[in-house]
Ligand binder design. Sequence first.
Ligand SMILES: C[S@@+](CC[C@H](N)C(=O)[O-])C[C@H]1O[C@@H](n2cnc3c(N)ncnc32)[C@H](O)[C@@H]1O
Length: 295
Amino acid sequence: MTATIAQKIQQFYDESSPLWERTWGEHMHHGYYGSTGQHKKNRRQAQIDLIEEALKWANVRSADTILDVGCGIGGSTLYLAEKFSAKAVGITLSPVQAQRAGERAIEKEIALTAWENFADVDAPAVQFQVTDALATPFPDNAFDFIWSMESGEHMPDKQSFLRECYRLLKPGGTFLMATWCHRSTDNLAGALTTSEKQHLDWLYQLYHLPYVISLPAYAELATQVGFTDLTTADWSAQVEFFWQDVVQSALNLEAIAGILQSGTETMRGTAAIALMTTGFRRGLIRYGLLSGSKA
Ligand SMILES: C[S@@+](CC[C@H](N)C(=O)[O-])C[C@H]1O[C@@H](n2cnc3c(N)ncnc32)[C@H](O)[C@@H]1O
């Protein structure tokens, strides 16, 4: 039987997350290297700076109830719950990630509570669950801040993903996503070339991405599902250095041994690093931010 894209994503993160955490820590996203991308710094700090800069960019200063869509091992979920003294739910397709995120909450002494019982506990409190972002069990208008850090690229139906986030967002709340995109085709550069399509196809196979779209295409879909106050930004220059840092840190014997031992999924992910580096360099891969609200 052929595995569905969701099953492949689950397997990828089930297998690769323990090694990622051992090698690179709890955040599974790019780092922010200053507005020009030239500010070299510790990688973990760069990843935290990306969270902080994105919050600043979207003018998010407070939140009571947060949904972290595609939460990994809870890096952002726990960070945001603590920062805003909020109640936060993290969802992922990977049971291994959900389990580890819960353990990390306990290690950090943050209450791990079923979200139905959030009213009975003091903030911060968190819950992690295996749930597909395209069809979640939460009621309408449940969260005042919805955060999606590098999960949009995995969504097989970008419009359904945005529609679900819109449904879950409280009126007046903020939706903020950061995601891998391809370059805009709505300009002189025109449609993607055969070579660019081939490059993306390899990346899709290696990272279990159904497809990526351009940032203007995201903005159009977000408008269609009802988001208001839409803002977008291209932060490719600010984050691109991350891959050089990943390559450097992977070049130690412990990381290589881990990659070899932790299965084919991780080895495929490692090959994808080369495609990301060259994809950014040729202007094909773009790093997009989008924020919106609900009237
Ligand atoms: C690159 S990781 C990012 C993790 C986290 N946001 C961070 O920054 O550390 C992508 C995450 O998206 C999740 N994901 C992908 N497709 C999903 C879906 N359809 N529903 C829920 N989560 C999904 C994966 O399980 C994984 O946790």
